[in-house]
Ligand binder design. Structure first.
Ligand code: OGA
Ligand code: MN
Length: 210
C-alpha cells in the first residue's frame, strides 16, 4: 500500500552541510545536531517503524556478537529492526547517511566502507545499560550515529542518552525528534536511561574493513 506520505518519504532528503558536525566530532569525539531534519522528513520514518513493529518485523535486541550473543533484558530492553535500502523512509535515511560517510572519509580520512542501522523501539521503562559500541573482538565500528524519532519529548520523560566522561558526563541528550548524535564507537561509554514513554530512534554505525 503506497500512501501519499510514504511516496513523499521515498524522495531523498536535501543535501546537508556536515562540516560543523564533522569538525566537532574530530575535536571532541562527538557532535550533536539538533533539527538535523525537519519533522516532515523524520515523521515518515517513525510511522514506518511503527508499522514494522505492528507487522512483527522487530526482534528483541541481543548483546555481543557471534557465539557471545545473548539476550539479557537486564542490560538492554530495546527491540530492533534493521534498515534496508528498499524501505521507503529507511532507504532515504540510508542514502542520507551515505552522503555523511563520504564527507567523513573526505574530511577525516576514516576509510569508512559501510553503514548499518536499525530502528530501535524502547517500550516505556526500557533502558540500555552503560556500554561501548565497538565490539570487543572487532574494530569494524568507527562512528556511531543515533537519530531520534520522538515528537515533543519532555525532560521529565527521561530516556536520555548519557555519555560518560572520565570524571563527569560529557553530555546528556533528550531523544528529541530530528536530533542526530554522532560519536566515536570506540572508547566512549554511554547508556540510555529508562524511558518514561515509548522511545523511537535509529541507531547506526559507520564501519571500516576490520
Ligand atoms: C545503541 C545506543 C543510544 C540511544 O543502540 O547502541 O547506545 O540514545 N543507543 O538510543
Ligand atoms: Mn550504544
Amino acid at each position: 500500500m503506497i500512501r501519499p506520505d510514504a511516496e513523499n518519504a521515498m524522495r531523498d532528503f536535501p543535501a546537508t552541510d556536515w562540516r560543523a558536525a564533522i569538525d566537532a566530532l574530530a575535536a571532541q569525539g562527538y557532535a550533536i545536531v539538533p533539527a538535523a531534519l525537519p519533522a516532515a522528513l523524520w515523521q515518515p520514518m517513525q510511522q514506518e517503524a511503527g508499522e514494522l513493529l505492528q507487522a512483527r518485523a522487530f526482534a528483541p535486541a541481543r548483546i555481543g556478537r557471534g557465539t557471545q550473543i545473548r539476550r539479557t533484558q537486564s542490560v538492554r530492553g530495546d527491540d530492533l529492526c534493521w534498515l534496508a535500502p528498499d524501505m521507503p523512509a529507511g532507504g532515504a535515511y540510508l542514502r542520507w547517511m551515505a552522503a555523511l560517510q563520504e564527507a567523513l572519509n573526505r574530511e577525516l580520512f576514516l576509510g569508512l566502507c559501510e553503514f548499518e542501522a536499525h530502528y530501535a523501539h524502547y517500550a516505556q521503562g526500557a533502558f540500555y545499560q552503560r556500554h561501548v559500541d565497538r565490539h570487543r573482538d572487532s574494530n569494524a565500528r568507527v562512528v556511531s550515529a543515533v537519530f531520534y524519532l520522538n515528537q515533543d519529548w519532555q525532560p521529565e520523560q527521561g530516556g536520555e542518552l548519557l555519555m560518560h566522561g572520565e570524571e563527569a558526563p560529557l553530555f546528556s541528550l533528550l531523544p528529541q525528534g530530528g536530533t542526530l548524535a554522532l560519536f566515536m564507537s570506540a572508547g566512549m561509554p554511554h547508556e540510555v536511561l529508562p524511558a518514561g514513554r515509548e522511545r523511537w530512534s535509529i541507531a547506526g554505525w559507520f564501519r571500516q574493513h576490520p
